[in-house]
Design a protein around this ligand. Structure first.
Ligand code: NAD
Length: 298
């Protein structure tokens, strides 16, 4: 491997220190910093996620509460829960776990979240503000990618960036954040005619699809920066890998890392930075709620 590893884990740890210091200041001034998560149904993976959320919030002094609704909850039940949290002055951030059980529309529920408490940046109003370049709160994974690229010191202005994966929560908002930084962005998706060509032309490639080995070495320009958002569980080889499950990204790490200049590992790259960005967004939301910052400035 000749690429420099972009160590999301240690970058996230540094960020958490500054977040913790600011959270402590707010709380010392009598201003709560409290994240409320809503989980509808008892999806085991979501329960584990909520438990991890509680731990990572505690690490930086953010108070956390989980509101569990039964899988039979109606749209009105869910909207009422959100409404109560919107009005609750002790709650400064709201996170809605997805997917929602059948019959509940995610986008309608996200639309109900107070835009100042919307720590995931998923209310259509917050996503819309990303277009205007005066972000109130932007989606965590997109912010994490920008932070990781910035950590390399490679300028975004004038860079050719190819994003593979155009979801509403990662690829699309990321394309707007990078355009705002004066990068030239190509956004590829399942119907793109020649994604490898778009990747080979790029100074920075970001892959957010959810398919192992989607980005191969001959898709990457030597010296490019590679950010791997994908999370995939695959069987480890019996010899050397123990034969159990392991987590990999969307990039053929072994071969791409031989020619990229910088690369994120999976695990340990975008994942921990996304968690840190959620905490940073929660701090931002608290400052907005307490009117210490304004939506369009600081
Ligand atoms: P999604 O399923 O909503 O979107 C996938 C996108 O990939 C779509 O735009 C689709 O058109 C595109 N796509 C599918 N196959 C393609 C192909 N062969 N070539 C080009 N484009 C293709 O996914 P998502 O929610 O954005 O998540 C993507 C991946 O990122 C998943 O593995 C997910 O687990 C991971 N993820 C990681 C984090 C993190 O914190 N690390 C956060 C969010 C998502």
């Amino acid at each position: 491997m000749s690429a420099k590893l972009i160590d999301g884990k240690s970058l996230a740890a540094k960020l958490r220190e500054t977040i913790a210091a600011e959270v402590a200041q707010l709380k010392a001034a009598g201003k709560p910093v409290r994240l409320a998560a809503i989980l509808v149904g008892a999806n085991p993976a979501a329960l584990v996620y909520a438990e991890n959320q509680k731990k990572s919030a505690a690490q930086v002094g953010i108070d956390f509460e989980l509101h569990q609704l039964p899988s039979t909850a109606s749209e009105i039940d869910l909207h009422n829960t959100i409404k109560l949290l919107n009005y609750n002055t002790q709650v400064t951030g709201i996170f809605l776990h997805s997917p929602l059980p059948n019959g509940l529309d995610l986008q309608t529920a996200q639309y109900k979240i107070d835009i100042l408490k919307d720590v995931e940046g998923v209310n259509p109003a917050n996503l819309g503000h990303v277009v205007y370049g005066h972000t109130i709160i932007a989606p965590c994974t997109a912010l994490a990618c920008v932070e990781l690229i910035d950590s390399t010191g490679i300028p975004l202005q004038g860079a050719n960036v190819t994003i593979v994966g155009a979801s509403r929560i990662v690829g699309r908002p990321l394309s707007l954040l990078l355009t705002e930084r004066n990068a030239t962005v190509t956004l590829c998706h399942i119907y793109t005619k020649d994604t490898p060509v778009a990747c080979r032309n790029a100074d920075i490639v970001i892959v957010a699809v959810g398919k192992p080995n989607l980005l191969l070495a001959d898709h990457v320009k030597p010296g490019a920066v590679v950010i791997d958002v994908g999370i995939n569980r695959v069987k480890a080889p019996i010899t050397g890998g123990g034969g159990g499950d392991k987590t990999v990204g969307d990039v053929d790490f072994e071969n791409v890392s031989k020619l990229a200049s910088h690369i994120t590992p999976v695990p340990g790259g975008v994942g921990p930075m996304t968690v840190a960005m959620l905490l940073k967004n929660t701090l931002r939301a608290a400052k907005l709620v307490h009117r210490l910052e304004t939506p369009f400035g600081h």
